[in-house]
Design a protein around this ligand. Structure first.
Ligand code: BTN
Length: 246
């Protein structure tokens, strides 16, 4: 993964660039990286802060063979890859908040956005977008983000080599993707659960339809988060957000 590599100085969103390349037939593993995004996008229509020079803003083209309802598994796989790569490059162990934020001491370091293009339930391609506040300092964040966001540099105490971190993420992605294609989601789910800061905790769940609280117990075979509600029922959460009482 990471070949071919398209390096940009400035773009609206690497998601759009990668999508266009995929439409034009770009092969699996094609990676678009930009120094800066002027219209970085997060999940659920949110903006994603992507300033010049200190972050890692990149999008990877995947062409999975699995059906559409399983693409959530790729989101989780990407989170595992980033978490492992950060640990390898810096020695700092972060955790994953379901579905895909990488947190250090409760503050967000990385967000992942997985988007799919489909045709009759068949996945044509996926774009795995990864945004990491690699070397931002506290003063580089707008004030409203300072209480909720941090960076690899702030967590580890020293700047991280962005090229090495990107190479490490690609190596992890490639290895995990191969494991996934050979053995399915079960080994990925175990790795995710071990890195998760959500499993075994009381969580508040917000989906498009409802809000409830309960104990997160793990993942089901599709990659949904299992939450035991107050009535003792195990509810699979396929999309939405979770919150903790701090
Ligand atoms: C989230 O936290 O909600 C997901 C954030 C994903 C951000 C990355 S940065 C590279 C790629 N381009 C975008 O516009 N978004 C993703």
């Amino acid at each position: 993964f990471g070949k071919p590599l398209i390096l940009l100085d400035k773009t609206t969103s690497t998601q759009e660039d990668a999508r266009q390349l995929a439409e034009e037939g770009a092969s699996e593993g094609t990676l678009v990286i930009s120094e800066e995004q002027t219209g970085g996008r997060g999940r659920m229509g949110k903006k994603f802060y992507s300033p010049r020079g200190k972050g890692i803003w990149m999008s990877l083209v995947l062409r999975p063979k699995q059906p559409l309802h399983l693409t959530q598994q790729l989101t989780l796989l990407t989170g595992v890859a980033v978490c492992r790569a950060i640990a390898k490059c810096t020695g700092v162990q972060m955790d994953i908040k379901w579905p895909n934020d990488i947190l250090f001491q409760g503050k967000k370091v990385c967000g992942i956005l997985l988007e799919s293009a489909t045709e009759d339930e068949r996945v044509r391609y996926c774009i795995a977008g990864i945004g990491i506040s690699a070397n931002l300092k506290e003063s580089d964040f707008p004030e409203d983000l300072r209480s909720v966001a941090t960076s690899v540099r702030m967590a580890g105490g020293t700047a991280v080599n962005r090229t090495e971190l990107i190479q490490s993420i690609m190596a992890e992605m490639e290895g995990l993707y191969q494991l996934y294609n050979e053995q399915g989601f079960t080994p990925i789910a175990s790795l995710w659960e071990a890195l998760s800061g959500s499993v075994g905790r009381e969580v508040h769940v917000q989906t498009a339809r409802e809000r409830f609280s309960g104990m997160a117990t793990g993942l089901n075979r599709d990659g949904a988060l299992l939450v035991r509600n107050q009535a003792g029922e195990l509810i699979p959460v396929y999309s939405g957000d979770i919150f903790f009482d701090t």
